[in-house]
Design a protein. Structure first.
Length: 401
């Protein structure tokens, strides 16, 4: 893995499409006005003059672009000039950016007032900044009463959580699918969660190994189904002992891996796979209290869609805090809020944590309990070791054919 000192977007090994996707998200959340305006302009020698003309005509997004250019060129007075005029023109983004400048200059009261203006104008990203400022300050520093500080902090955290939930729902469900087995007469059954990931050029589907024994299934009966395609995706290999209980040590990690046969599936079929080569980190670098996000498909419904031969499962996203408790080396515990449903069936699902604002895979869920409100997961480093062995076995198989 790359050094921890290198930001994800600065790493040379990260593909351009991933950098572009992240930049689009950052622009939408933190720089929505200037990014939309810039996208509407045509490239060419007259671009800068167009922006200047629009700014002089009162366009706040154009003023924001001139402020950004001044920042890049180290012209602070010009940057502040355009940002302030953009604030007066009604820009939420300008209030957010000017607030950040004031916070960096330790003018907390002015930063608070500008962040509040951005929040009132419905800027999404400011909620994180405002919540952090409130947590790091006392009321007198912000020029408000304690009651107002508490109210602003509560509202900012609620709005930030709502924005985060939207991102989590969209991003973290990438790669997570219910495990389904199909018997000889075409009846589906099963429990557990598959995670589909691209690792070293191989599309791998993996889950907790005990899912097989819990379902009374063989590896050959496993099915991976994608939306808008009736037939199961073909596997070209299984790696792992067929049945086992949750291990008491890591001598035999509780991981089962299948490789998807991309060539046999053909170009007409597509699925989303987590880019594991770039988006994973060992759980060992996490500190107790870190926020953990878990995705899985609990056994909340027994209904079978007979038309498609699919189990009906609804994804569950669980948010929790990394506990100081450990079951053993490489096994971590997450303290969760009250579950909306029994988490039985989440085994095999991915656990994520944020680093630099970007979600990374940190482990695989092995077990949990509704009553104790805890889930336990295996360190991603241990999962990666199993995936590496699967890739090596796949390469050996291909070489022998």
């Amino acid at each position: 893995m790359a050094s921890e000192d290198v930001h994800f977007l600065m790493r040379e090994d990260v593909p351009d499409d991933m950098k572009k996707a992240h930049k689009l998200w950052v622009d939408a959340v933190f720089y929505p006005e200037s990014s939309r305006y810039l996208a509407s302009l045509e490239e060419g020698p007259a671009l800068h003059m167009t922006i200047v003309r629009d700014a002089q005509g009162g366009s706040a997004p154009a003023m924001l672009l001139l402020a950004r250019r001044a920042e890049q060129e180290g012209r602070a007075q010009s940057e502040w000039y355009w940002l302030w005029h953009a604030v007066e023109a009604g820009s939420a983004e300008a209030a957010f950016r000017f607030g950040a400048i004031c916070e960096e200059a330790q003018d907390k009261a002015k930063a608070f007032a500008l962040y509040r203006t951005a929040q009132e104008r419905h800027h999404v990203g400011v909620n994180w900044a405002l919540a952090n400022l409130c947590r790091a300050s006392i009321a007198v520093e912000l020029g408000v009463s304690q009651d107002e500080l508490d109210a602003v902090l509560k509202a900012s955290m609620e709005r930030a959580d709502a924005a985060l939930n939207a991102e989590v729902s969209q991003a973290l469900r990438t790669g997570a699918h219910p495990v389904q087995f199909l018997n000889s007469i075409g009846i589906p059954w099963g429990t557990g969660t598959f995670f589909i990931a691209l690792w070293k050029g191989h599309h791998l589907a993996f889950t907790a190994r005990h899912v097989l024994s819990a379902s009374g299934a063989s590896p050959e009966e496993a099915n991976f189904l994608v939306p808008d395609y009736a037939a199961p995706m073909p596997f070209c290999g299984f790696f792992g002992v067929a049945t086992a209980d949750v291990p008491s040590s890591l001598d035999a990690p509780d991981v089962a891996v299948w490789e998807l046969d991309v060539e046999a599936a053909g170009s007409r079929v597509s699925w989303q796979a987590w880019r594991l080569d770039y988006l994973w980190k060992p759980a060992s670098i996490l500190q107790p209290g870190a926020r953990i996000f878990i995705v899985g498909y609990p056994n909340t419904e027994e209904a079978v869609d007979l038309d498609s031969n699919r189990l009906r499962r609804t994804p569950l996203i669980v948010r929790g805090i990394l506990s100081e408790d450990k079951l053993g080396t490489g096994l971590y515990t997450v303290d969760c809020a009250e579950f909306s449903v029994d988490p039985d069936g989440v085994s095999g699902g991915p656990a994520f944590a944020q680093f630099g604002g970007i979600f990374h895979y940190v482990g695989m869920v092995l077990q949990g309990g509704d009553t104790a409100r805890k889930l336990h997961f295996l360190d991603a480093a241990q999962v990666i070791e199993v995936l590496d062995r699967a890739v090596e076995a796949a390469a050996s198989r291909q070489a022998s054919t």
